[in-house]
Design a protein around this ligand. Structure first.
Ligand SMILES: Cc1cc2nc3c(=O)[nH]c(=O)nc-3n(C[C@H](O)[C@H](O)[C@H](O)COP(=O)(O)OP(=O)(O)OC[C@H]3O[C@@H](n4cnc5c(N)ncnc54)[C@H](O)[C@@H]3O)c2cc1C
Length: 621
């Protein structure tokens, strides 16, 4: 074997996969079309956002690169949803797109155990149902003990701009058709999905005075506790709106868009529709907001977030100039739609290893997901599991109560993905316990188990935990005179002396205010903002968190009832036909997972439970 693991594709999934393999002491080769484009942002120049930022924190807690890379190259940092509960606080960082890509290229280059090979993987090689390597389109054979496919939007990629169609996975690049054929010839069933991107604009031609400024947040909310806290002037984003003229022009040209002309039939992301789709579907809405996001500090290029389109270039040019502030805007790159192949996800296990070929893993867009963070999270898990498979160790999965990565992978393997999948906080039923601030509490035990982060990092976190607990303990003991509480005193008419804990639990208080009271009444906390914020969240939400923990315990009980790999779903008498078919296709690993399959009822689970117990009894007999 030339390498332990070969990774096809150096996008967000491929990079995290290779780095995880290397952190676990194994050699990895990334074969990719252009080694200079590792982790390139194909679409919006930003990392994080609602639901996605949680994944970045989890990747970071597993030693991954995404959080550190964006901390080093971000130009504007904000936290969204701060007026709501901490479960949905989400960090979003505007990237310097070129600097981000360069940072990743340099970082990967410095890894002794990773080699980046320029080439086009054309065939996955197998022997006796096991992946053994790849053959490039030039005929070169590279051997490995495991192969991870992270081919993004390139598998059978086809780009559409108005009436024009080009074979490509991204504008100006190639597509991976031979690899798509190879995957199908191995027996995998594929489907077709679509996504799109807006035109890019020359910022010099924008009238910024007509747009609303959106500054970054101070102090800067970095993603990773291990990043250098750099100080810099944050670059603002701007907000603007389409006009009546935009609506009229686009509505008059619907039939020139490939999504309406019938040229594109595959499904696109529902949560991120094209501008023509927005005017079509929400015909009564007069205008749509657009965020003008800088692509970096060294460029004038601007990304008009919300204006994804595949209309012809002439219409794009005309339409963009109907937007407030963009009356003279010049397009530097047209918007386009891309159609690509993905693999139907009942064909992979929760470890992201395929069911058909052992040692073959899929991660990222190939699994029907959309987004850099989703791809990176899967890449990292596939990398770890490829090494575990080589070492014949049990696979590593995170469940829905432990991580957004767990929610995402469970959704992928349990639900039938028929449209691009992205994460939202609403997908996580245990989101009160899956917060950004406690990612390390949830994940570090695994990072330690698989040696994914350094001892110093783990020790640093243990110290933070000790400091947080000390703040909580002191808050229970610390007594406060109600008369000292300007403004709040009226709430405690019958009591003149309360604990800091009782004060921090008062309804209507923000976490920032609670931290302010800790600073005021607990001098020993010494301005330790991180420990105080963690303590404030823990105290304020303890009732809800305890309640959620009871639900998690219930969930874990069902999850721990494993369905053996060799269980025959044809056997249980009394299963509904629809449930039987779906169970046999998806092959859930536990009763818990089985219960989440659409069409499987509690009655089916009761029947299944009896037969699974009987099967285990027979097996042990
Ligand atoms: C036009 C467009 C619009 C998008 N819009 C959105 C959006 O609105 N929202 C959103 O969340 N996401 C969007 N995305 C998706 C986002 O870019 C992807 O989800 C994310 O990049 C997927 O990461 P990945 O690692 O799976 O693949 P990618 O980042 O696409 O990387 C794939 C890599 O694999 C390489 N490769 C592929 N096949 C081969 C082969 N056979 N041999 C060698 N190398 C190969 C490619 O060169 C590339 O480097 C968009 C993508 C595109 C192209």
């Amino acid at each position: 074997m030339d390498y332990d693991v070969i990774i096809i594709g150096g996008g967000h999934a491929g990079v995290e996969a290779a780095l995880a393999v290397a952190r676990m002491g194994r050699t990895a080769a990334i074969i990719t079309m252009d080694p200079g484009k590792l982790a390139l942002m194909s679409c919006n120049p930003a990392i994080g956002g609602v639901g996605k930022s949680h994944v970045v924190k989890e990747i970071d807690a597993l030693g991954g690169l995404m959080g550190k890379a964006i901390d080093a190259t971000g130009i504007q940092f904000r936290r969204l949803n701060l007026s709501r509960g901490p479960a949905v606080w989400s960090t979003r960082v505007q990237a310097d797109r070129v600097a981000y890509n360069k940072y990743v290229v340099e970082y990967v280059k410095a890894q002794e155990k990773i080699e980046v090979i320029q080439g086009l993987a054309g065939e996955i090689l197998t022997e006796c149902g096991k992946a053994t390597g790849i053959r490039t389109e030039n005929g070169e054979v590279i051997g490995a003990q495991a192969v991870i496919v992270c081919s993004g939007t390139f598998l059978g990629g086809l780009i559409h701009i108005g009436e024009q169609t080009r074979v490509a996975g991204r504008i100006g690049e190639l597509a991976a058709h031979k690899l798509a054929d190879s995957i199908r010839s191995l027996g995998f069933k594929t489907g077709r999905l679509k996504t799109g991107t807006p035109p890019r604009l020359d910022g010099q031609t924008i009238d910024w005075s007509k747009c609303e400024i959106q500054p970054g947040e101070e102090p800067i909310p970095f993603f990773s506790p291990n990043s250098r806290r750099r100080r810099f002037q944050q670059t603002p984003c701007h907000l603007t709106y389409t006009t009546q003229a935009t609506k009229e022009l686009i509505s008059a040209n619907f039939e020139r868009s490939p999504i309406f002309s019938g040229k594109v039939t595959s499904t696109g992301p529902r949560y991120c529709p094209s501008i023509e789709d927005k005017f079509f579907r929400f015909a009564d809405k007069e205008r749509h907001q657009l965020f003008l996001e800088p692509e970096g500090n060294g460029t004038d290029e601007v990304y008009p977030n919300g204006f994804s389109t595949s209309l012809p270039e002439d219409i794009q040019r005309e339409a963009i100039r109907t937007v407030t502030g963009l009356e003279s805007a010049v397009i530097t790159q047209p918007g386009y739609a891309v159609e690509y192949d993905y693999c139907l996800t009942h064909q992979i296990k929760a470890s992201l290893e395929t069911r058909l070929i052992s040692g073959l893993f899929f991660a990222g867009q190939i699994n029907g997901t959309s987004g850099y963070e989703e791809a990176a999270g899967q890449g990292l898990m596939a990398g770890i599991n490829a090494v575990l498979a080589i070492e014949q160790e049990p696979s590593f999965t995170l469940d829905r109560s432990e991580a957004y990565i767990g929610v995402m992978i469970d959704d992928i393997v349990t639900l039938s993905i028929t449209e691009p999948y992205r994460l939202f906080t609403s997908r996580a039923e245990y989101r009160l316990t899956l917060r950004e601030d406690n990612a390390r509490d949830r994940i570090y035990r695994y990072a330690e188990k698989y040696s994914l982060v350094s001892r110093e990092t783990l020790q640093g976190f243990q110290q933070l935990t000790v400091r947080t607990e000390a703040v909580i303990k002191r808050a229970l003991k610390k007594r406060i005179k109600v008369s000292d509480l300007d403004g709040l005193a009226g709430r405690f008419e019958k009591i003149d002396n309360i604990s800091l804990e009782v004060l921090l639990k008062q309804p209507g208080m923000t976490v920032a205010e609670a931290v302010g009271y800790i600073d005021q009444f607990d001098p020993e906390s010494n301005g330790d903002q991180e420990a105080s914020e963690r303590a404030a969240i823990s105290i304020r939400y303890s009732g809800y968190i305890d309640k959620q923990q009871r639900e998690v315990d219930k969930f874990k009980r069902l999850e721990s009832q494993v369905i053996p790999d060799d269980f025959d779903f044809a056997l249980p008498v009394g299963l509904k036909q629809e449930a039987r078919e779906k169970l046999a296709r998806i092959r859930p690993g536990s009763l818990g997972q089985a219960s989440r399959i659409e069409g499987v009822t509690p009655g089916d689970i009761a029947v299944l439970s009896v037969f699974v117990t009987r099967h285990k009894g027979n097996a042990s007999a």
